[in-house]
Design a protein around this ligand. Structure first.
Ligand SMILES: C[C@@H](C(=O)O)C(=O)SCCNC(=O)CCNC(=O)[C@H](O)C(C)(C)COP(=O)(O)OP(=O)(O)OC[C@H]1O[C@@H](n2cnc3c(N)ncnc32)[C@H](O)[C@@H]1OP(=O)(O)O
Length: 314
């Protein structure tokens, strides 16, 4: 077979493969599997290309502490820039999410910012440098993959908002199951002021959190969301108040999430998995996933221990 005919056949097979992948994806709903990315090579996403570009914008870090309690702490750490995301911080976020996907004892996650503020979105210096549509789209697909995987972690996740969460920072808060805000903090989708719409998946997730009318107000109005407004529209799940001189917002957030992570890790992780499938999948696919997850805990150690504790009925 001539080379050009070979190349033509490969191209046809590639297109058919991509088309079938999309059809399967649409028929079965999102692939909720560990590392469930949205974009892959099959659909023309070349991750290596954007990784190289992002590598060129250093600064800051994403720190991760996996605690004995089963609750991990992730810190967006670039205080000189209000914790804005540099290119290397986007890459580090991906690495931290991969680490959390491998953490089998994990039950909870708190995402917070360094130095008393959350995150002011993409680093504007990096944004200026990759402002051409092609690179912007690649950064968008990269961050959508990372934040989708963050939200799909089998951990109960909380974004602790102190200070400000702006632009991509506000989108990051929507990639957690819950949001807690401290007094005086603000979440603001400033994208409109940048001539943008969210690109990291924040709009799709915001509609599912607050409904389409509230999402329109927050995006088209670039409205500042304070603690009261946040709780009223359901964007915030609670306002963190310090209970004593020694207490910290992070400590209060850990207490809050501990109420949901108390218990054996396999059970807490199973709870997140069944809620995740209920949130993302069409009903019958969600029921099948629930059946599969149920099968992992029914008759498991935690179930048998609970039964042993129950007094036998005469
Ligand atoms: C593309 C989109 C997305 O990814 O979806 C985005 O997020 S675009 C990015 C969307 N985010 C934004 O538009 C927020 C931009 N930043 C601001 O509006 C402001 O900095 C505030 C965050 C409101 C803080 O104002 P405030 O007056 O309190 O402090 P400041 O402005 O002096 O900021 C302190 C230092 O942090 C830097 N800084 C703050 N936000 C930054 C950012 N996003 N990128 C790069 N540097 C940033 C400032 O340049 C300044 O550095 P120097 O002391 O060296 O001057």
């Amino acid at each position: 077979m001539s080379y050009s005919l070979q190349m033509y056949c490969r191209m046809v097979l590639h297109r058919v493969g991509c088309h079938l992948l999309k059809k399967t994806h649409n028929a079965l709903g999102p692939p909720i599997r560990r590392g469930g990315a949205v974009y892959s090579g099959a659909c023309g996403f070349r991750e290596e290309e954007i990784r190289e570009k992002l590598q060129a914008f250093p600064g800051g870090s994403i720190n991760l502490v996996k605690q004995e309690s089963g609750i991990a702490l992730m810190t967006i750490n670039n205080p000189a820039r209000m914790n804005a995301f540099t290119g290397t911080m986007m890459l580090e976020l991906q690495d931290r999410v991969s680490q959390l996907e491998e953490w089998t004892e994990g039950k909870g996650l708190i995402v917070h910012g360094a130095a008393g503020t959350f995150c002011s979105g993409s680093d504007l210096n990096a944004v200026r440098a990759i402002s051409n549509p092609q690179d912007g789209m690649k950064m968008c697909m990269f961050m959508q993959n990372v934040l989708t995987r963050l939200l799909r972690l089998p951990l109960i996740s909380v974004a602790l908002v102190e200070g400000r969460a702006l632009g991509g920072g506000s989108e990051l808060t929507t990639a957690c199951d819950f949001r807690l805000m401290t007094e005086g903090s603000e979440i603001q989708f400033v994208h409109k002021h940048m001539g943008l719409v969210p690109g990291w998946g924040g709009a799709a997730r915001l509609v599912r959190i607050v409904g389409s009318q509230n999402a329109l107000k927050l995006l088209a109005g670039a409205r500042k969301v304070d603690t009261d407004y946040g709780e009223r529209i359901g964007l915030s799940d609670g306002t963190v108040t310090l209970q004593s001189a020694e207490s910290t917002a992070l400590g209060e957030a850990e207490k809050w999430v501990s109420a949901f992570t108390k218990g054996p890790a396999p059970v807490i992780r199973a709870v997140k998995k069944v809620v995740l499938s209920g949130r993302e999948l069409p009903l019958e696919d969600a029921l099948r996933t629930e059946k599969d997850v149920f099968g992992t805990v029914w008759g498991g150690p935690a179930n048998l221990e609970a039964l042993a504790r129950k007094p036998k009925h005469k």
